[in-house]
Design a binder for this molecule. Structure first.
Ligand SMILES: Cc1cc2nc3c(=O)[nH]c(=O)nc-3n(C[C@H](O)[C@H](O)[C@H](O)COP(=O)(O)O)c2cc1C
Length: 181
């Protein structure tokens, strides 16, 4: 079984980015287990002085879940032309511990705007690249006009988006299989 940790850059209960991750769970083949990391908001603000042998329990949990995953799938909104602080904060906790090293990783951004959160997406790829994550070819995706593609039950209703997320999950799984063989 391939284990993929899914991370939403939005803490909103009705987040369209989290809805995309739920859709990915439904689209994944039987041998792929995608689970959403629910505790991003529990992490303390990153402070290098707290990054010692006895890090807070929430940081330990975050690092362990990343370490145990074969791949990572991130879906994030763009805030003020950048990566949401909660997500950047979570990544800052991983710089010294290195759980992203060579980790096959997919990056989606979804936004109501026509550019699909392209600036946050590019910035996130840059941050993950400096952390030596393996940004999988064919596994980055911009989803524009997201408000029209998710209904009020949180279901993705746009068939092109469903197709794009499905092929992204397959590209990520393919890279994980390559890395493990
Ligand atoms: C503080 C704030 C800043 C935002 N800045 C941007 C932005 O720079 N670019 C953009 O495309 N959307 C921006 N948005 C709109 C978000 O993309 C939109 O609210 C999106 O639906 C949030 O994702 P979610 O539904 O997963 O929470 C911003 C929203 C907020 C609340």
């Amino acid at each position: 079984m391939i284990k993929i940790l899914a991370i939403s850059g939005s803490l909103r209960a009705n987040s369209s980015n989290t809805a995309i991750l739920r859709a990915a769970i439904g689209l994944a083949p039987d041998n792929i287990d995608i689970s959403i990391y629910e505790r991003l908001g529990d992490l303390p603000h990153f402070n290098p002085e707290l990054d010692t042998e006895s890090v807070p329990a929430s940081v330990k949990d975050w690092r362990t879940r990343l370490k145990e995953s074969n791949g990572v799938l991130i879906c994030t909104p763009e805030y003020a032309h950048g990566v949401p602080g909660v997500l950047k904060n979570a990544l800052d906790w991983i710089v010294s511990s290195g759980e992203f090293m060579d980790k096959p990783t997919a990056v989606i951004s979804a936004s109501p705007s026509p550019d699909g959160g392209d600036k946050a997406n590019a910035s996130l790829v840059q941050t993950l690249t400096v952390m030596t994550a393996n940004i999988v070819e064919g596994a980055t995706l911009l989803i524009p006009a997201i408000s029209a593609k998710v209904n009020n039950k949180g279901e993705v209703t746009d068939s092109a988006t469903v197709q794009a997320v499905s092929s992204l999950v397959n590209a990520l799984a393919g890279a994980i299989n390559c890395a493990n063989n």
